[in-house]
Design a protein around this ligand. Sequence first.
Ligand code: ADP
Ligand code: MG
Length: 700
Amino acid sequence: MSAFLETKIEFLKGVGPMRADVLKSEFGIFTYYDLLCLYPFRYVDRSKFYKIKEITEELPYVQLKGKIIKTETVGEKFNKRFLAYLKDETGVIELIWFQGHRWLEGKFKTDTEYVVLGKPAEYRGKFNIPHPDVDLASDESIKLNSALQPVYPSTEKLKAKGLDTKGLMKLQETLLAQIQNKVSETLPAELISKYKLINKEQAYKQIHFPVNPQSLKQAEYRLKFEELFYIQLKLLKSKNYRKQETQSFMFEKVGHYFNSFFNEHLPFELTGAQKRVLKEIRGDVKAGKQMNRLLQGDVGSGKTIVAFMSMLIAIDNGYQAAMLAPTEILAQQHFKTISRLAEKLNLNCRLLTGSTKAKERKTLLPDLVEGKIHILIGTHAVLEDPVQFKNLGFVVIDEQHRFGVAQRATMHAKNTKAPHILVMSATPIPRTLAMTLYGDLDTSVIDELPPGRKPIQTVHYTDAKRLRLYGFMKEQIKLGRQIYVVYPLIEESEKLDLKNLMEGYDSLSQEFPLPQYRMSILHGRMPSDKKDFEMQAFAKGQTHILVSTTVIEVGVDVPNASVMVIENAERFGLSQLHQLRGRVGRGGEQSYCILMSSYKLSHEGKIRMETMVRTNDGFEVAEVDLQLRGPGDIEGTQQSGVLNLRIADLAKDQQILQLVRQIATEILNKDPLLQKAENQILNTQLINESKTKINWSKVA
Ligand code: ADP
Ligand code: MG
């Protein structure tokens, strides 16, 4: 990067040490470069003024002109607000501040024209504008030569130092006036010309002060292109590196265990997709380089058997295998399934979780080191130091997003070379997101359900149909089926949830009285042996209904349960709803998912319900989820750095992402580790990028 861009921010005219401090602490802006990368989060057309009566909540930022007729401070302590009433010829609107009262009091003169800029909100049927920017209409600085004026994110601390959006805009102006010929290009000339991109310097100018929408588009395209391109290049390059450099164990043969399982004990015929994935894994593990493979498959697609058979290959070659699950219940479930299969081959399979008794550990740990255990299944407990293997060669991680990269690395260290790793995700991730979240992994997809499954029927009922729901549940129980009833769990208010659950349980108990009906109950606050007891009762078919919070969300397998009732369904995210639905439809019976919600739903809530009713396809559900909520709320993104994108948006910029991934692939095909002279600019940039990693998630 040019020395100019690395200049410390305090040296910029108009900054100085005090402002520099807040810029650093609030936004991580240390250098000129960092400031340039603080892109506007929207632009306002300052040539347009709205009338107060035109205001609706849906409007984005609006600009109003009028006089402030009155100001007042209302409320006490935490509820204290400063109000100013703005009037134009069409009406009056409240401007409202929840902070900064002292500074605001006395700031506004009546009988003076002001220009107000902000985002309208609605409260109790009335519109207001929270924390607007207010300027004297006579103020020249708000009239720019560009019609599109940038709006920058700011914070109370920055505002207190005069760095509201206008203050930040001034700084950008000052900086941009100096950058002529001081910004070096960060993309190869070929790409610039082939994809008709504007140059970097131009991009900075146009992103901050676009002269028209066209110029803004060019700048956005160039910057998004670059951002996504370097992410893909980095991921794909590190994948190449791993494939070329990271040694792992070579599983040369498929031997006795795999073959005898395949020939004699396979409980069902594998689907085409399962066979294909097994082949992909087999191809990896015999190559001698470390496998890092993501296996995606919708709930119920049959990932477990694939994982088990992959572990058999490891065992056939004299290695041990481990399987990690994110929760105790899941680990137990896997243990049950897998030890049953392993028994047929006389393999020793053991379970290790947080609640494994000390006495049992005493035999388990030595057995593991001595190689008497072939397969270890467990939770995070497996990652702990005292857990040492004789010769760990293969690790399956179920539900990846609950574990992080760090945990993967811990498992690497459990042998002299990194074992092969198979990551399984039951949360389908949209392709574009997967490319970025798991771009350095190879991926396999099980895109075919086992035969004979009937698609789950999903309906959406409002509370008015509760009696109908109960009637339906009784019918199903009569047919010998079992039913889940799930209540939402919101971490901030465990008490409330418990109340919800308990009230639900009480009214269900009246509707489904003993001895005719039996119910299990399960929630996060129960001790784990009690949970286990209740879960087992349901799994063994001793109870008809399992009432629970979302602890059953992942992985639990009770094939006879064919009805999933989700209470307050509007409080769940789409991927969670889909996960829950996946608990049924596991046997041969027609299964049902019933979404109960109140009558009044938000726009987004409606889309969620409609999507669930419309499709059973997890990838489609995930795609809608991404569009609705953006990548930030999709599970697994928080730890991943996807949120640190400065300008690109994985939900909206899928086309650019596909393009740059293609370009990066082509470049790396010719030069896998970017060693050729012509690719030095790429390498340099990758290094620079890793140096200037700012936590942009704070900015939004
Ligand atoms: P998931 O991918 O959600 O982990 P599981 O591995 O738990 O799915 O499989 C779901 C159910 O489908 C299990 O009861 C399993 O025994 C069954 N199953 C898996 N593969 C097949 C198959 N090829 N044919 C029939 N049933 C299968
Ligand atoms: Mg599973």
